[in-house]
Every structure is written in C-alpha cells, then in structure tokens.
Design a protein around this ligand. Structure first.
Ligand code: HEM
Length: 232
C-alpha cells in the first residue's frame, strides 16, 4: 500500500525533521515568540507557492484533483495567522532554506505526482503540528487565532487525515507513479529539514550524520512519551 510505504520508508527522515531547531524548540516550548512569528512568515512564502503549484497539478491530473481539497490549501490559514501578528506580507524576505524550497517546487511544477508527495508531507505534518499548537498556545497565550496553520482541522484532524490516506491508497497509480509520489515525500522532508540550515544537506548526508542515533522503536515510543495528548 502506498501510504504504508510513505510512512514506513520515511520514518528516519521524520525523526531527523522533528529534531531540527524550529520544530524541536517549538514542541519543547523553548522557542521565543518572535521565532514562532518568523516561522509563520517563512511558511507563508512556501505555502503560497505550493498552493499555486497544486492548483496546476489539479488541472493537469484529475486524480490529484480528486485527492486534494480546497481546505487543504494551507496559505489561507497562514495569512490569517500573519494578519493576527500584524505581519506585512510584502516585506517578508525568504531565508536560504525557504528560497531553496520554493526553487524546488518551481523545478517540479510540471510533475503533478511529485507535487502530490510534497503536499502529502505538509498535510501529514498537521498530525504533529496539532500537538505543537497546544504548546505554542500555552507559551504565547494564544487561542485558535495565531495558530490556524499548525492546527487547521482541529478535532477532525485524525479523520480527515485517514480519509486522505484511504483515498490515496484507492487511487490507481502504477508503480512508476507511486515512485514519483514517494520521491516527492522524501524531497519534502529534506527541504523541511534544510529550512534550518544555511547550507543544504542531501538525504544521504542527513541519514549518515544521524545514522547511529536513529532508532525506530524509540522513535515510535517517543511520540507517546514526549508528545502530550491533545485531550489531556
Ligand atoms: C515537533 C515535531 C513533530 C512532532 C512531535 C511530530 C509528530 C507526529 C505524529 C505524532 C504523527 C502521527 C503519527 C501516526 O499517525 O502514527 C506525525 C505524522 C507525520 N508527520 Fe510529524 N511530527 C513533527 C514534525 C514533523 C515535521 C517537521 C514534518 C515534515 C516536515 C512532519 C511530517 C509528518 C508527516 C508527513 C506525517 C504523516 C506520516 C505518515 O503517515 O506518512 N512532522 N508526526
């Protein structure tokens, strides 16, 4: 099944992504408020470009059109958050990692299934970001306003994610097409990890660097240990 592969063969990159400066300090509640607002600003730039690219993919491949819903476009939530913090969208400068991510999207704008892989990761990240949202709300005394991007679907997160995954598994993609989606997911993890790095690292270099410390079992257990329950 495609989504099983997307999850099982990317766990190491997911673990590396979780460890990076921005997600790592956000989940621990150690990120200063201006760092959080800066993250929102950078994500506005990335997600605006990815939303546009997804609209192109929806037109060029009807299967992508069936899978990707308007409510999954993430820039509107980010723009709401940015407005809450009084950000001037025209004044945001991309940092090097953002510029690389945007360049990557542009270079694949005619590959709807690669784009679908990029989209899968930003949508899947909402599962973890829902937990991050809880910490962020407490740390900066926010409600839903200012944290829409982290938690766009609220209580329906889990059901909507399962629906998306089931629809993806039911979609007739041949093996080569599934590979394209998979490549997109890997590229998205790598681009996200590199958001915090001035000099980009490849997937191979990242896996080599973290290799000895990666642990699938600890990783799976770690989710339940360091992530508080959204209801608790
Ligand atoms: C503090 C950081 C993070 C935490 C605590 C976290 C936690 C989680 C959790 C609990 C899940 C649900 C796992 C499951 O359904 O079994 C998940 C899924 C996922 N996360 Fe994260 N995550 C974090 C950061 C990230 C980042 C930075 C990315 C990507 C850029 C990301 C991408 C994903 C994806 C794509 C999924 C869906 C996996 C799949 O089923 O294929 N996460 N995360």
């Amino acid at each position: 099944m495609l989504t099983k592969r997307l999850k099982d063969d990317n766990w190491a990159l997911h673990q590396i992504a979780e460890r990076q400066e921005t997600p790592g300090s956000l989940i621990k509640g150690q990120m200063p408020r201006e760092g959080y607002v800066g993250m929102i600003a950078q994500q506005v730039l990335i997600n605006r470009v990815l939303d546009d690219a997804m609209r192109g993919a929806i037109k060029s491949d009807p299967r992508v059109g069936e899978l990707v819903l308007e409510e999954q476009m993430l820039s509107p939530y980010l723009i709401e958050d940015a407005a809450y913090f009084g950000l001037d969208l025209d004044a945001i400068e991309p940092n090097p990692g953002t510029a690389r991510f945007i360049e990557h999207i542009g270079a694949h704008k005619d590959q709807p299934l690669h784009l679908l892989g990029l989209h899968y990761v930003r949508l899947g990240a909402c599962n973890g970001n829902r937990f991050v949202a809880r910490v962020v709300r407490k740390a900066y005394e926010l409600g839903e306003e200012g944290t829409r991007y982290l938690d766009p679907f609220g209580e329906t997160q889990r059901d909507k994610w399962m629906e998306f995954k089931n629809a993806l598994d039911a979609m007739p993609f041949d093996e080569a097409e599934q590979d394209q989606v998979f490549d997109g997911t890997r590229a998205a993890y790598v681009a996200a990890i590199n958001l915090d790095l001035d000099e980009a690292m490849s997937a191979e270099a990242l896996l080599e660097q973290h290799g000895k410390t990666l642990d699938k079992k600890a990783f799976e257990e770690g989710h339940s240990v360091h992530v508080p329950s959204p209801h608790g």
